[in-house]
Design a protein around this ligand. Structure first.
Ligand code: GDP
Ligand code: IMO
Ligand code: MG
Length: 430
């Protein structure tokens, strides 16, 4: 089963990092193909907790080659800091490969991300402020800076000068901020260039050759389906393709070579930042999910907005990503609830919608139609087989499976590596 894509089914933070880490030991390459250090993945191994932003979670598995592919936007300082932090904890990062075509987040885009948000005020998106949006915009505008540009100083200088000619006008005249000096940018970009030089390569060639050899390649999405710039709740999205199609454009491995798509679905819903969220709870149940599920951002520390599971979203994720397998995470967090509401449709001003409304405005006004499922009180964090789960927890999983339309192959019952129930192999042929 050589090429597998792993995506988030909801608004991010579903537990993609843990799932990637879990598969890590059976995988030869783990590839980050979209986003940048807006992502935050927490992986717990024994008593050690790791927070990863830019590096693929596979970096924690000895023997697995982590790859930052062309679709990623790279903040060099963050990359070096993350590598140093892991090395200091004894993690071998020497196998990391970085695409020569990946774009670099220059310092002025971090500034622009933050001032744009401030300028938007009430209409802000709630970005992570890492310069992600402006850097993808530069890529599309064909004024971006690629990793390979770092190794030709005169080309790099030309590109920085050209970019700053416009950016400085915007900073000065629209946002009333100070201009950024070319030298300042050059210095920051060049500072780390030599350090990463040995890692820079044609990652598309490496990955296609690996697939040719029958090696296992796992593509790990940052963000998630409803944050995808094409398929998410635009404009309240990130600026990349976080759905399975993004794995192809973001890595140079073609759709014909992808064998399986695994979607990570949290047993309830969360969202960070602004934008519509039909099942959001503003009451004690929301607080219960936030506290029990420790729903505070890995990247920004913001409390995550919490709500019940929305299977209209789940079904949408199945369709957009071509999901073959779901991993339901954080089922343990629902323990102790008498009944568990699951949103099965929306009511939009008297009209029932069983699928995502065509019109974004309808989604903003969607009222959830709930099906109530019976809860359980037994501690499930020690369960290791499906049969170990209390009958109502089993019922919850089976009903969700039926509603989202793809099989549930694994279930998370705690943050630890071993706290997972496997129903079907995520890598094998069954
Ligand atoms: P990602 O961005 O999709 O990788 O997810 P995050 O790491 O941002 O958020 C998921 C959080 O849930 C992390 O703190 C994980 O350690 C934790 N987690 C993952 N799976 C489970 C699970 O099954 N149960 C519990 N209780 N926590 C989990
Ligand atoms: P992981 O990979 C949750 C959200 C931000 C904001 C919007 C745009 O950990 O699941 P951006 O900085 O990307 O331009 O912000 O997207 N966002 C995330 N929310 N998890 C993430 O990543 C996110 N990455 C971006 O909060 O609403
Ligand atoms: Mg996260």
């Amino acid at each position: 089963m050589p090429a597998i894509v792993l995506v988030g089914a909801q608004w991010g933070d579903e537990g993609k990092g843990k799932a990637t880490d879990l598969l890590g030991s059976s995988v030869d390459y783990v590839v980050k193909f979209n986003g940048g250090n807006n992502a935050g993945h927490t992986v717990v191994i024994g008593d050690q907790k790791y927070a990863l932003h830019l590096l693929p979670s596979g970096i924690l598995t000895a023997g697995c080659t982590p790859v930052i592919a062309n679709g990623v936007v790279v903040d060099l300082a963050v990359l070096i800091e993350e590598l140093d932090g892991l090395e200091a904890r004894g993690v071998d990062t020497s196998k990391l490969l970085i695409s020569a075509n990946a774009h670099v987040i220059p310092p002025y885009n971090r500034v622009l991300d933050k001032v744009t948000e401030r300028f938007l005020g009430q209409r802000r998106l709630g970005t992570t402020g890492r310069g992600i949006g402006p850097t993808y915009a530069d890529k599309m505008n064909r004024v971006g800076i690629r990793v390979q540009d770092l190794y030709d100083e005169s080309i790099l200088r030309q590109k920085v000068e050209a970019a700053l000619e416009v950016k400085n006008q915007v900073l000065l005249k629209i946002y009333n901020r100070r201009a950024v000096a070319v030298e300042e940018v050059m210095e920051e970009l060049m500072r780390h260039a030599e350090r990463i030089r040995p890692m820079v390569t044609d990652t598309a060639l490496v990955l296609n050759t690996a697939v040719d050899r029958g090696e296992t390649v796992l593509f790990e999405a940052g963000q998630a389906t409803l944050l995808d710039v094409d398929h998410g709740t635009y404009p309240f999205v990130t600026s990349s393709n976080a759905t399975s199609g993004g794995a192809c454009t973001g890595s140079g491995v073609a759709p014909t070579r992808i064998d399986r798509v695994i979607a990570i679905l949290k047993a309830y819903s969360t969202r960070v930042g602004e934008g519509p969220f039909p099942t959001e709870l503003h009451d004690a149940d929301g607080d219960f999910l936030r506290e029990t599920g420790a729903e505070f951002g890995t990247t920004t520390g913001r409390p995550r907005r919490c709500g019940w599971l929305d299977v209209v979203v789940g079904r949408y994720a199945t369709r957009i990503n071509g999901v073959t397998d779901f991993v339901i995470t954080k089922l343990d967090v629902l323990t102790g609830l008498e009944t568990i509401p699951v949103c099965v449709a929306y009511d939009v001003q008297g009209t029932r919608h069983d699928e995502m409304p065509v019109n974004q405005s309808d989604f903003h006004h969607a009222q959830p139609v709930y099906e109530e499922l019976p809860g359980w009180t037994e501690d499930i964090s020690g369960c290791r087989t499906f049969d170990d789960l209390p009958p109502n927890a089993q019922r919850y999983v089976l009903r969700v499976e039926e509603l989202v339309g793809a099989r549930v192959s694994a279930i998370g019952v705690g943050p630890g590596r071993t706290q997972t129930i496997q129903r079907h192999s995520l890598l094998g042929a069954d």
